[in-house]
Design a protein around this ligand. Structure first.
Ligand code: FAD
Length: 343
């Protein structure tokens, strides 16, 4: 493989029924910075059926080019069709870097493409950069149980590929009217060649909490000790009209379900305000919340790692501080007419 031939930063654009998923726009933001550093184009890869309206949105979010295949065979995601289409595009156009959202489909596709074009893949990355001297893509993620951040390189194969979870990167402000080039391709597969058919899509509506879009999160750690301590935290959340979240230890203690877990093996969140109450700040928790706009930590231990991530820190016992906060917020919010108008 002559790696010098590979140029350009690509982002797989995931769309569901014509709507681009948020992480793809976030990856265009991250990809733009990488492409600018390398002095190359940022390109979206868009597969589906009846998707011709989408490229203009991608240009507004930073793409210079969009490789598009619009074909009924690509209407619903299938590993077989998407892997073949993307594999063909990679072999033809030779991108240097290729980013995918760490969604169910994105993870499936990225690993299939890695095998198809024989290259490496770093999963669930949290930081992306370029070593300009060596012209290498640096994909960082927690490793060894999260005790260290590892920067993973793919020195001998191309493209250098990574998946990134939703809300880890930031989308650019769209620039209305920004345009680019659409390169239309075709797929060689035929429906009768395929082993898999999508018969029906059944949506899972069981998930009741939407942490990813919450504006205020009040999160409990093991410092709450038991159900009484947890209730204090959820009372504070009620007063602030906030969503409750939790560390893994709280979930494992059975105080709340896994849907509420924040961190590496839970949700990634970016609220305007995040309270970390009785949470030590282990890296596996922090990677899921450190892009919150304002972080307030309450902990008895002044050396707790959570204070490194926090904008405001209160050293003290949550069983004394949280009741005081509840009373103060109740009084203050009564005066100003509720929390909604002020977030
Ligand atoms: P602890 O680390 O026990 O911290 C409790 C904190 O409460 C301490 O800092 C203590 O000083 C403070 N405290 C005690 N009493 C009080 C009081 N009265 N008032 C105020 N403060 C008090 N963790 C996650 O959260 N999310 C994940 O997604 C996740 N994924 C993981 C994946 C892997 C592969 C591994 C190995 C671990 C993962 N973990 C995850 C676990 C993580 O390493 C930590 O064990 C966990 O985050 C610790 O939870 P905690 O902060 O609630 O508890």
């Amino acid at each position: 493989m002559n790696i010098e031939e590979y140029k350009g930063v690509w982002v797989f654009i995931e769309q569901i029924e014509g709507n681009v998923v948020g992480v793809s726009l976030e990856l265009l933001g991250a990809g733009r910075a990488l492409a600018d550093k390398l002095g190359v184009d940022l390109c979206g890869v868009l597969l589906g059926h009846n998707i011709r309206e989408i490229p203009s949105q991608l240009f507004e979010y930073g793409a210079d080019k969009v490789y598009m295949i619009d074909d009924p065979i690509l209407d619903k995601y299938r590993s077989e069709t998407h892997m073949t289409a993307v594999g063909d595009l990679v072999r033809k156009y030779k991108p240097e870097i290729f980013l995918y959202g760490a969604t169910a489909n994105g993870k499936d596709l990225a690993s299939a493409v890695a095998t198809e074009v024989m290259t490496g893949l770093t999963a669930d990355t949290t930081m992306l950069d370029i070593d300009l001297d060596k012209r290498l893509f640096e994909a960082s993620r927690p490793a060894f149980g999260g005790n260290i951040m590892a920067t993973i390189l793919c020195k001998k194969h191309r493209p250098q590929m990574a998946t990134v979870r939703s809300k880890v990167m930031k989308a650019l402000e769209p620039q209305p009217g920004r345009t680019g080039e659409v390169i239309e391709e075709t797929i060689t597969l035929k429906e009768e060649d395929l082993k898999t058919k999508v018969l029906q899509i059944v949506r899972d509506t069981s998930k009741k909490v939407n942490l990813a879009d919450a504006e205020i999160i009040v999160a409990a750690g093991k410092g709450v000790k038991d159900a009484n301590g947890f209730k204090l935290v959820s009372d504070l959340a009620d007063v602030l009209n906030a969503t409750v979240g939790a560390s893994r230890d709280v979930v494992e203690a059975g105080l709340i379900g896994h849907d509420y877990q924040i961190g590496q093996t839970g949700e990634t969140v970016t609220p305007k305000l995040y309270f970390a109450i009785g949470i030590s700040g282990a890296v596996q928790h922090v990677v899921g919340m450190n892009n919150s706009e304002t972080i307030v930590a309450i902990n008895t231990d002044p050396e707790a790692q959570i204070f490194n991530a926090a904008h405001y820190g209160i050293v003290g016992d949550l069983f004394e501080i949280v009741p005081m906060l509840i009373e103060e917020f109740k009084a203050a919010l009564k005066e100003v007419g509720g929390v909604k108008a002020h977030v």
